[in-house]
Design a protein around this ligand. Structure first.
Ligand code: SF4
Ligand code: SF4
Length: 295
């Protein structure tokens, strides 16, 4: 586990003030900017008309923003919430798929406006080796990769297919490409001192026994935290019949993996347009506040 004194002071401050990397960070607010609807894979638990459940609550659809609209939303929220420390991109598809230009533009616009903001981004990891260095240059300090397996045959069961370099792959080939790109992407980020979180979706009968191995791999690489998540089955997805792992089972998995490395116990599976502190999501509570006409 990365000890606090191994992390440079500026990164440590950002991490402590990031509500998702630190349980004590709940007084700080974050905003997710939904600028990236495209995705390059099909996870078996995902219905693409909704937000990416790798980082969001399933069954919710966010209104897509342009980079200029995202900046306007950021400004509006920053004025209302002085405790806003983090701007994140969590899809609603994959941040590094077809909408990467919009992601990049959004981050550039917000950085010009607010030099102190912490940027975080989540991805399925497929394109991470190609973009990792650029993310570092853009000032992204916190990255979440959803990697629910490190074994290609298990990973291959999670994706219906992946689209990579102009071809479609399925089964173990898809799993092998995913695992290898997720791991090498993480390694590049870690080598640059980026704080990495790995989301692990617990899939009954598919990866639950394998999860400690995923956590071990994250620990060995030097990731900061892993977030073992519950699958909330979505109607119409290939895994809609998969039994849900109980809260109790998730907690006990987290407790046993906590002996391997730091665990997230407080993930709220937020929306891709979440705003506010983790305990108080203003995108829901304030209703019209975030309507496009209102930003
Ligand atoms: Fe859905 Fe996210 Fe998987 Fe893409 S990466 S298919 S948006 S869960
Ligand atoms: Fe943080 Fe979890 Fe919400 Fe992401 S989904 S912003 S990790 S609490």
């Amino acid at each position: 586990e990365k000890e606090k004194d191994e992390i440079p002071a500026d990164m440590l401050k950002k991490t402590i003030e990031h509500p998702c990397y630190n349980c004590a960070g709940h007084k700080f607010a974050r905003i997710h900017l939904p600028v990236a609807p495209a995705c390059n894979v099909q996870c078996n638990y995902c219905v693409r008309k909704f937000d990416c459940p790798n980082e969001s609550r399933p069954g919710v659809t966010s209104t897509i923003l342009t980079p200029a609209e995202a900046l306007e939303r950021y400004k509006t929220v920053k004025e209302k919430l002085p405790n806003l420390t983090v701007a994140g991109i969590a899809g609603p598809g994959d941040s590094l798929a077809g909408n990467y230009p919009e992601v990049k533009k959004t981050l550039q616009l917000i950085r010009e406006y607010d030099p102190d903001v912490t940027f975080c981004l989540s991805t399925n990891g497929l394109m991470l080796p190609f973009y990792a260095e650029e993310l570092v240059k853009l000032g992204v300090s916190h990255v979440t990769v959803t990697m629910s397996a490190v074994d290609p045959s298990i990973s291959g069961k999670i994706y219906k297919y992946i689209d990579y370099m102009g071809s479609r792959y399925e089964g173990e080939a898809a799993g092998a490409i995913m695992v290898s790109n997720q791991l090498s992407g993480l390694r590049i980020l870690l080598a640059h001192g980026i704080i990495c979180k790995v989301n692990i979706v617990t899939l009954k009968g598919i990866n639950e026994e394998h999860i400690p191995q995923v956590v071990q791999a994250c620990r060995d690489m030097g990731c900061y935290i892993t977030n073992i998540m519950q699958l909330i089955p979505v109607k119409g997805s290939a895994f809609e019949e998969l039994p849900m792992v109980s809260n109790k089972e998730i907690q006990s998995l987290r407790n046993s993996c906590n002996k391997i490395m730091r665990q997230m116990f407080h993930c709220k599976q937020c929306r891709a347009d979440a705003v506010g502190t983790l305990d108080n999501d203003l995108s829901i509570d304030l209703g019209g506040f975030l309507d496009k006409d209102n930003i």
